[in-house]
Design a protein around this ligand. Sequence first.
Ligand SMILES: C[S@@+](CC[C@H](N)C(=O)[O-])C[C@H]1O[C@@H](n2cnc3c(N)ncnc32)[C@H](O)[C@@H]1O
Length: 492
Amino acid sequence: MQITLPHVLVSQLSDLIAMKMGLYYPQKRWGDLERAIAAAAPELDMPDTETAARHLLSTSLTRRQIEILACRLTVGETYFFREQKCLDVLEQSILPELIRKCKENNRQLRIWSAGCCTGEEPYSIAILLDRLFKKHGEEWNATILATDINPVFLDRAAEGLYREWAFRGTPDWIKERYFKRKKNGLFEIVPHIRKRVTFSNLNLAEDVYASPANATRAVDVIFCRNVLMYFSSPAVKRIGQGFHRSLVDYGWLIVSPVEMSGDSFPQFRLHTVSGTGLYQKIDSHDGHGKDNYFSFGPSSDAFYKVASVPPPSLQSWEMPLSLESMEPQILPVASSPFTQLTSVQDVASQSANQERSNTLYHEARRYADRGDLTRAVKQCEEAISANKLNPAAYYLLATIRQELGQAKEAMRCLMNTLYLDPDLVLAHFALGGLCLTQGKSREAERHFDNALSLLNGYSSNDILPDSGGLTAGDLTHVITSIRTCDSLNHRK
Ligand SMILES: C[S@@+](CC[C@H](N)C(=O)[O-])C[C@H]1O[C@@H](n2cnc3c(N)ncnc32)[C@H](O)[C@@H]1O
């Protein structure tokens, strides 16, 4: 296609898209880029292509603008059981072993389909896991997170309706067993598979992972197939680093055969099995072992703003479990009922305990990020018994309990966290999520409202404390998407 915009403008646009969305538009594809901007102009409220291009270059792109562009720039080519060879290797060799290890360590298997498009990939994984759990006589014990930048694809994925063409690589029996044929000729994914997948909007070019807030930490297997082939090579490298942070030690990264390259993923070891290649994370202690590298929970430093409050009695540790009575108890420091410290020795021993608690907490985070949840729980509990005033330890314990499927214990820990740090937006958010999984939509709404009103105090680009790079705008968006998906599910 002929370019009508000034070359310098298209060149700047191509750089902007690479930076903000990862997508690569070399000169030979500038025509496509211009066509996409032309198509997006009305939605961007711009009278013509050139005004739209200049406007996009003059502002920092909002999420809405990125979504509008994503709908015009992304490729939605996908189908069920794509690249069957790779799925066979996973089914026969890798997943059974991971399921066994997760069971041994009493944790859930965590899968992330990054760039999930309209859902064919994550639903294929859910079907595969469903068969594996049944084959081994196990209860389902896995989470599948499916993310994409394109909101239209995500809505279609959540809807779970497919045309015959989506099954072009799929044996018939899968369609018969896992889909219901509708009168209009579409096939609907069965509810017990649909509920296994959580869809969410995530732009891989943004530095928002690994983070507990969007469930992208301590992941066992990341599928990112046929996504990075459209990306610039600096973006692919950055994303490779992000995936490395998100994976547990020895976790797996699955890209498509055409996306394999030693340059892009130097932190991974490539295994070739039955003619298919899979990357494995080798070691998380590669010199980046700084605190923010371990992003399982907030660092305790952020929490110590309330450390001058004397230790709570056991009442907060043993909070009752009725949800109504579990509303965060917001206690101003000045009105704290706890007795004040009296002697110099008291102060010295309190500070030694805080220090010990801090050290134990950091160890717990490292274990948690490596997926060793049993040790992580133990260290967290020790951190709490050294200093019952350590909200970071409660919060970390909550995220681990949640991962272990111990929802009530997780809630208890989150309530303690909020008792000590009522402003911790991530804890409000996590409570909302837990309530939703228990079907308590009204309580979830309240917790999400709390989170949103705290988020109002941030500007959109502010990074939330120790969240692994998540911005206030990102979390606001995640909450809004969850609410939308929840109401969508209620309509079904
Ligand atoms: C060709 S599809 C691949 C779907 C599936 N993974 C597969 O292999 O069949 C590529 C997907 O990547 C998504 N994508 C592109 N850029 C992205 C970004 N920056 N962040 C997240 N997803 C992105 C697109 O929206 C699209 O759904």
